[in-house]
Design a binder for this molecule. Structure first.
Ligand code: DGJ
Length: 354
């Protein structure tokens, strides 16, 4: 063989091995370690893509539900190898008045980037120390740098004193669906906010989606221009649906939301909902999971749907397989979203690649 052919063959080999090296493999449910060899501790999390890197924020779990350290951040270029960036939002150790002191509960953190202010904004579900899940608040924190440290601003019961845009005048006093009794009860002090996610639409408007009305109803609340407060524009959706763990994706102008039912840490059947407008009517479209254990979301609960950068219509469904007796051992279930008849669906894979 002449030397030119040898060079070509060598080049091809190098190209193949670099493609092979870049192939990203996911093994849902297996122990997932960071680049230091430590188990990743980022539960109920979400992922932000910024300046060429992915940032995964999640709950640092010990054995129980309460927070002793705060919200973690990991970063990755390929979604598989995650570098521990430390605690992005820390509990406050030296202040027994702090809402985020050790012993509080911080769940389901999500971080978005605000182009106008250049700040990263984190929202999360906050429960106050020694009060179980009764406070039902949402906390907000900001940072100039994506990995933090985030500065805690405050917590809310959202939309105090403000009626939702989709409740008719005639139902403000009485009547309507039976869950409106909770809406009226909480009108003055603000609506409950437990499981939550954030969604930034194509025009940059951000929305906070949270379980309210004793978890019977989901509320979608628009965030202010700087993403740190609410605008008073909000709707209640799927009243009586008893949904938790909302996760949203947008495709072809439609918004799809996957939620779970409400069975504590135990898995249940996922639900898919669709709408053409976030403040419009949402329709239930059944269980998006297919195959064995589809009725239990493959023993997991949704937390986020991650759009893969630079790959059109490519999304990863992120979920938690909770281990209630030792929550730190809870596993991550990441599965590819496939579209069947124009709607997202999820199929179990022991291992899969992007
Ligand atoms: C289900 C929620 O989705 C979790 O985030 C957590 O709040 C548990 N309930 C607590 O039981």
């Amino acid at each position: 063989m002449c030397w030119k052919w040898l060079l070509v063959a060598g080049g091809l080999l190098a190209a193949f091995s670099s493609v092979a090296a870049e192939k990203v493999e996911f093994k849902p449910g297996e122990v997932w370690k960071d680049t230091d060899g430590e188990v990743i501790n980022a539960h109920g999390g979400g992922v932000l893509f910024h300046d060429g890197r992915y940032y995964w924020f999640g709950e640092v779990k010990d054995r129980g539900a309460t927070s002793r350290s705060g919200i973690s951040c990991y970063s990755s270029a390929n979604l598989s190898d995650w570098k521990n960036e430390g605690i992005a939002l820390s509990v406050v150790l030296a202040d027994s008045e702090s809402e985020i002191q050790p012993g509080c509960i911080m769940e389901r953190p999500k971080v978005i980037y605000n182009r106008r202010t250049g700040k990263f904004v984190m929202w999360f579900h906050l429960e106050l120390k020694d009060r179980g899940y009764e406070a039902a608040r949402t906390g907000v924190a900001v940072s100039d740098s994506v990995t933090g440290p985030f500065k805690y601003l405050r917590s809310y019961r959202p939309n105090a004193g403000v009626w939702p845009m989709n409740v008719a005048e005639k139902y403000k006093e009485s009547g309507g669906d039976e869950y409106m009794k909770f809406l009226r009860r909480d009108l003055e002090g603000g609506q409950m906010s437990r499981d939550m996610t954030l969604f930034v639409d194509d025009d940059g408007t951000a929305y906070h989606i949270h379980a309210a009305e004793e978890n019977y109803t989901l509320n979608i609340s628009e965030l202010s221009d700087d993403y740190t407060s609410f605008t008073d524009r909000w709707v209640r959706i799927l009243p009586g649906g008893h949904n938790e763990a909302p996760a949203i994706l947008k495709q072809n102008g439609k918004y799809f939301m996957i939620t779970s039912g409400c069975t504590g840490w135990a898995p249940n059947e996922a639900r898919l909902h669709v709408t053409g407008s976030l403040f419009g009517k949402w329709k239930y479209r059944g269980n998006p999971c297919i195959g064995k254990d589809a009725e239990l979301t493959f023993h997991s609960q949704s937390t986020y749907i991650l759009p893969v950068e630079g790959k059109r219509d490519t999304f990863i469904f992120m979920a938690d397989r909770w281990k209630p007796h030792n929550l730190s051992d809870s596993r991550y279930i990441w599965l590819p979203v496939t579209f069947r008849s124009g709607a997202p669906s999820l199929r179990w894979e022991d291992a899969w690649s992007l």
